[in-house]
Design a protein around this ligand. Structure first.
Ligand code: IPD
Ligand code: CA
Ligand code: CA
Length: 284
C-alpha cells in the first residue's frame, strides 16, 4: 500500500501495523539488554539519563519507519539536543510535516537503568498535527496499548476504557518527578503536597507514557506532570482520548502536540484535579 493514498490518512491500518511492529521489536530488544548496557550518560541534568540502548532502540524504530514510509518526518528524543527548550523547538521546526512520527525509544530510562520493570516504548503518528495512531508497549508485562483515531483503544486486542471514579477521594492519581529541578520539580511538589491528602493514593512510577496508558486502561483515575516533551505524551494522549478520557494542559486547554504541562483523566475528575493543582499553584 502506498503511503499517500487518501484512505490511509485516518487510522490507516498499515500505519498502526508498522507502529506495533516497531514497538514490539524495540521493546523485545531493550528487554534483552536490561542489566547489560555498557554506557550510562547524563543529559540535561544529573536526573536525565541515557544509555546506548536508548539510542539503539531509536535507531531501530527510525530505520523501520523509514523503510515503510520514506517521506514521513521523524521526531525522536535521542535525535534532539537535551532540555525543554530544544525539545519544544524541535517540535516547532517539524510542525509543517504532513506525517510526523513522534517517538520515545525508552520512556522511563531511570527505571530501566535500575532494573525497575516500569518503562515503555512510545510511538505516535500525527497527521497535520493531530495524533492518529498511538502505541505504548510495556515489554516487562508484554502489554501493547494501541489506539487509532476513531477506532478505540486496546490492550492485547481487548478494548479498554477509563475508570468511573467521580471524586478525587476515590481516585488513584499519578505524577512524575521531572528532570528539570529548577521550575518543574518545585511546581510538581506543590501539587503532590496538595493532592496527597485528598486522593485515595498517589503513584509516581517513572514512565509518563505508561502512566497515560494506565489512565486509558482504567488502572489510574488521572495523571499530571509538568514540562514533559511531545514524545512522552503523544501516543498516550490518543489512548486516553479513545478510551473515553480527557486530556488538557494544566489550565484546561484541550490537548495538542505542543502541550508540555499535561493533565489526563477519566474526565469525571478532571475539573476537580485542575482546580486543586491551580489552588496549589502547581500549574505555573
Ligand atoms: C521521563 C519519564 C518520567 C518523567 C520524566 C520523563 P525518559 O522520560 O517519562 O516518568 O517523570 O519527566 O522525562 O527520560 O525516561 O524518557
Ligand atoms: Ca520520556
Ligand atoms: Ca526516553
Amino acid at each position: 500500500m502506498s503511503d499517500n493514498q487518501p484512505e490511509n490518512i485516518i487510522g490507516g491500518k498499515s500505519f498502526t501495523a508498522v507502529a506495533v511492529n516497531c514497538a514490539s521489536k524495540a521493546g523485545e530488544w531493550i528487554k534483552s539488554k536490561m542489566g547489560s548496557f555498557t554506557q550510562l550518560d547524563t543529559k540535561y541534568s544529573m536526573h536525565d539519563l541515557v544509555t546506548e540502548v536508548d539510542k539503539g532502540s531509536e535507531r531501530m524504530i527510525r530505520n523501520l519507519i523509514g523503510t515503510h514510509f520514506p517521506h514521513h518526518s521523524f521526531l525522536g528524543e535521542e535525535g534532539v539536543e537535551p532540555g525543554p527548550e530544544a525539545s519544544a523547538k524541535a517540535l516547532m521546526d517539524m510542525s509543517d510535516s504532513e506525517y510526523l512520527w513522534i517517538v520515545d525509544p525508552i520512556d522511563g530510562t531511570t527505571n530501566y537503568v535500575h532494573g525497575f520493570p516500569f518503562f515503555s516504548v512510545s510511538i505516535a503518528l500525527a497527521y497535520r498535527g493531530q495524533v492518529i495512531v498511538g502505541v505504548v508497549y510495556d515489554p516487562s508485562r508484554d502489554e501493547m496499548f494501541v489506539a487509532e483515531r476513531g477506532k478505540g483503544a486496546y490492550v492485547r486486542g481487548r478494548k479498554i476504557q477509563v475508570s468511573e471514579e467521580n471524586t478525587l477521594s476515590q481516585s488513584l492519581i499519578a505524577t512524575g518527578f521531572p528532570a528539570d529541578h529548577h521550575i518543574a520539580l518545585p511546581a510538581n511538589m506543590k501539587g503532590i503536597q496538595a493532592l496527597a491528602p485528598k486522593v485515595r493514593n498517589l503513584r509516581i512510577a517513572g514512565s509518563a507514557a505508561l502512566h497515560l496508558a494506565y489512565v486509558a486502561a482504567g488502572r489510574l483515575s488521572g495523571f499530571w506532570e509538568y514540562n514533559l516533551s511531545s514524545w512522552d505524551i503523544a501516543a498516550g494522549s490518543l489512548l486516553v482520548e479513545e478510551a473515553g478520557g480527557r486530556l488538557s494542559d494544566l489550565n484546561g486547554e484541550t490537548y495538542h502536540i505542543g502541550i508540555r504541562n499535561v493533565s489526563a483523566s477519566n474526565g469525571l475528575i478532571h475539573e476537580e484535579l485542575l482546580e486543586e493543582l491551580e489552588l496549589a499553584k502547581a500549574s505555573q
